[in-house]
Design a protein around this ligand. Structure first.
Ligand code: GLN
Length: 230
C-alpha cells in the first residue's frame, strides 16, 4: 500500500476518515503530497474495521481505484467505527493487482497494511498468504511471529535486506502500532481520537511528523514513540 491510515477513538464514519478530508485517502489515490515512491495509488483500496458486537474485524477491499467506487462512496457515510485501518495501493513492479494483494490483511484479530517493498526471499518460503504480493507475505509473517513484536520484526528484516521499505500499520481494535522505515508517517491527536496516516489529510497545524525508523504505539491513553534498533 502506498498510503495508509488508522483511527482509534470515538466512532467516526469511513467517509469522514477516507473520503471527505481535502487531502484524504481519496485525494491521495490520485494526488498524494508526500509519497516517496510512486505517484498514483490506483491499484486498489481497502478498509477494515472493528464493529461493535462483532468479534473479528470486517473488511471491504477492491483492486480498482478508490475514485471509481460509487457504491462505497454511498455507504461510507453510514459506516462508523472506533477502530479503522484503510489504505490505497500503488502496486510494486512485478506484484499482482488483485483483491488478495490489497490491504488490510488480517489473521482474524489484527488488521495490517504495508507501505513499502520487501524481497520475497527475505521472508520464509512456506508462509500461507492470500496472495504472492510481498505485502501479503509480510503480513503472514508478522501474524505468525506476533504483531506485538512489530518493532523487532521490522528492524530485523530491515537489516537482512537494507533496500527494504517497511512502513507497517497494525491494529487489533484497542491499539495501533506503526513503523517508519523508508517512507513518511504523521499523526494527529484530535478531540475524540487519534489518527495515524502516511501523510496529513488536511492542513491542521497539530499534525506531527514521525521521523524515520521509529515505532509508534497508540492507545486511548496516548502515544509512545521509540527509536527502532538500527
Ligand atoms: N509492495 C506493496 C504492493 O505491491 C506495497 C506497495 C506500496 O507501498 N506502494 O502492494
Amino acid at each position: 500500500m502506498c498510503r495508509h491510515l488508522a483511527w482509534l477513538g470515538e466512532p467516526r464514519t469511513l467517509a469522514a476518515l477516507m473520503l471527505t478530508p481535502t487531502h484524504g485517502l481519496l485525494t491521495q489515490s490520485y494526488q498524494p503530497r508526500r509519497q516517496k515512491n510512486g505517484r498514483l495509488n490506483a491499484d486498489g483500496w481497502g478498509v477494515g474495521f472493528h464493529a461493535a458486537g462483532h468479534r473479528t474485524p470486517v473488511r471491504w477491499r477492491s483492486a480498482s481505484p478508490l475514485w471509481n467506487d460509487r457504491s462505497f462512496a454511498s455507504v461510507a457515510p453510514v459506516l462508523s467505527s472506533r477502530c479503522v485501518l484503510a489504505a490505497v495501493r500503488s502496486a510494486t513492479i512485478g506484484m499482482p493487482v488483485e483483491e488478495g494483494a490489497t490491504a488490510p490483511f488480517t489473521d482474524g484479530q489484527w488488521l495490517l497494511s504495508h507501505n513499502g517493498r520487501i524481497e520475497r526471499s527475505a521472508l520464509p518460503p512456506d508462509l500461507a498468504a492470500e496472495s504472492t504480493c510481498d505485502s501479503a507475505l509480510l503480513a503472514a509473517y508478522v501474524f505468525a511471529i506476533g504483531p506485538d513484536r512489530l518493532g523487532e520484526i521490522v528492524s530485523s528484516l530491515g537489516h537482512k535486506e537494507p533496500a527494504a521499505r517497511l512502513n507497517v500499520l497494525v491494529t487489533d481494535g484497542s491499539r495501533i502500532l506503526a513503523t517508519t522505515w523508508g517512507d513518511t508517517l504523521s499523526y494527529l491527536v484530535d478531540g475524540d481520537g487519534i489518527v495515524v496516516a502516511s501523510e496529513p489529510y488536511d492542513d491542521d497545524p497539530r499534525w506531527v511528523d514521525v521521523p524515520d525508523r521509529q515505532l509508534l504505539e497508540v492507545t486511548v491513553q496516548g502515544i509512545i514513540r521509540t527509536d527502532l534498533e538500527i
